[in-house]
Design a protein around this ligand. Structure first.
Ligand code: F6P
Length: 399
């Protein structure tokens, strides 16, 4: 009888999920496996859940989102592990492939004691994996999961927005506060350097209003406008998230962030020198505009190959491995990592997110560091030249 694999996508969607599903479906078809796509993440394996037979012809790897839909379903917190196990047994599932971030993978890890499970790591937050060992020099090939599938596309969408905002910042002498996704980690925020962000504020370093105000004043004096990019997950001096609306907690106990750009814009209005008109301040929350839409090529191609690899690992009996990305001399390649190298739990059993490697961030200047550019080079190349307007070449007269 043909082997039967169940696949699902959980957590926040990304642009590269259909591409991963395509890789999974292609390899399953090649090996003669039956592929069941459970809908809406772990919700799909519960009573009332839904599924269909997934074949490559149903999937468009160039389309963002996920054909299987997604949800944040915490089977453990809902006390639904037994129900899920019963249903998966009834289905005669031989193997499971959860595609997700730390939360989705942690549920898969619990089920892997019963079902042969291989995983694919994805999340636009890029916080699943391990940084290179500490030291003066960075061996980038030691990074466990170089990037999470979906991250390069989200970063490129952010980069394009920030680069485009520069022109309006110039035209109107604006100070823009752009808020990015990134609940715990500042990877996305850091990528904004490739859109010529002037100042970058990441959650890994405690937010310091005085430092930001001084940096804005300095930049404004130099170029007459400023684009500040801030992670939604930054925390105030007391260690609290800076959110503008009522606190919401998701199924995995995470507070939903949002609104720090508005709070910071208001605080900076009060703090900055009167030489900077308060009418020049604007804030902008990019939110899901970073997560939606079609994948960029590196993301799509890596995702197809990672999906393929997860099925291959199942076929070879390599349970509890995650198809992720590694940096080699010939570029970025999908590679299998043991699950316990990819996700680490704290004493309370919560997954520890991968923060940015602080060597990639210039804390003093609120900017990406040389080592950070080294990290992004295989994805986006060298840092683009600063946005430039030839003001000094214009023959401007005062009236
Ligand atoms: O997937 C992670 C993430 O993108 C976080 O960066 C963000 O805080 C969260 O999802 C937003 O999720 P939702 O789609 O539920 O608003």
């Amino acid at each position: 009888m043909a082997k039967r694999i169940g696949v699902l996508t959980g957590g926040g969607d990304t642009s590269a999920l259909n591409a991963t599903l395509e890789g999974v479906a292609l390899k399953a078809e090649e090996l003669g496996f039956e592929l069941i796509g459970f809908m809406k993440g772990w919700r799909g394996v519960l009573n009332g859940g839904s599924y269909f037979t997934l074949t490559p012809d149903l999937i468009d790897e160039n389309q963002g989102g996920t054909l299987l839909k997604s949800s944040r379903t915490n089977l453990i917190a809902e006390n639904k592990m037994d129900e899920a196990i019963d249903n998966l047994r009834k289905f005669r599932i031989d193997g499971l492939i959860p595609i997700g971030g730390d939360d989705t993978l942690s549920i898969g890890a619990a089920l892997s004691e019963i079902f042969t499970t291989t995983f694919v790591a994805k999340t636009i937050d890029n916080d699943v994996g391990l940084n290179a060992p500490n030291g003066d020099s960075i061996d980038y090939s030691q990074i466990v999961n170089y990037f999470c599938l979906g991250f390069p596309t989200a970063a490129s969408r952010l980069i394009n927005c920030v680069r485009d905002l520069r022109t309006t910042a110039y035209s109107h002498d604006r100070i823009f506060f752009v808020e990015t996704m990134g609940r715990d980690a500042g990877w996305l925020t850091l990528s904004a350097a490739y859109g010529n962000a002037d100042l970058i504020v990441v959650p890994e370093v405690r937010y310091d209003a005085d430092r930001l105000a001084a940096a804005i004043e300095k930049k404004y004096a130099e170029i007459g406008n400023v684009v500040v990019v801030i992670a939604e997950g930054i925390r105030n001096r007391k260690g609290e998230l800076m959110i503008s609306s009522q606190e919401e907690i998701d199924a995995f106990g995470h507070t939903t962030p949002g609104g720090c750009s508005e709070l910071i814009a208001a605080a900076m209005k009060r703090r900055l020198s009167p030489a900077i008109p308060v009418s020049s301040f604007r804030h902008l929350i990019l939110a899901h505009l970073q997560r939606c839409g079609a994948p960029i090529q590196i993301d799509r191609d890596s995702a197809v190959r990672a999906g393929w690899l997860a099925v291959d690992a199942f076929a070879k009996g390599q349970a509890n491995h995650v198809a992720a990305i590694t940096r080699t001399e010939v570029g970025l390649q999908p590679k299998l990592f043991p699950l316990d190298e990819i996700i680490k739990f704290d004493d309370a059993g919560k997954v520890i997110p991968r923060n940015i490697d602080l060597r990639f961030y210039d804390t003093e200047n609120l900017q990406i560091s040389r080592a950070g550019i080294g990290y992004f080079r295989p994805i986006f190349g060298d840092l683009p030249k600063p946005y430039y307007v030839p003001l000094t070449e214009l023959d401007i007269h005062q009236i």
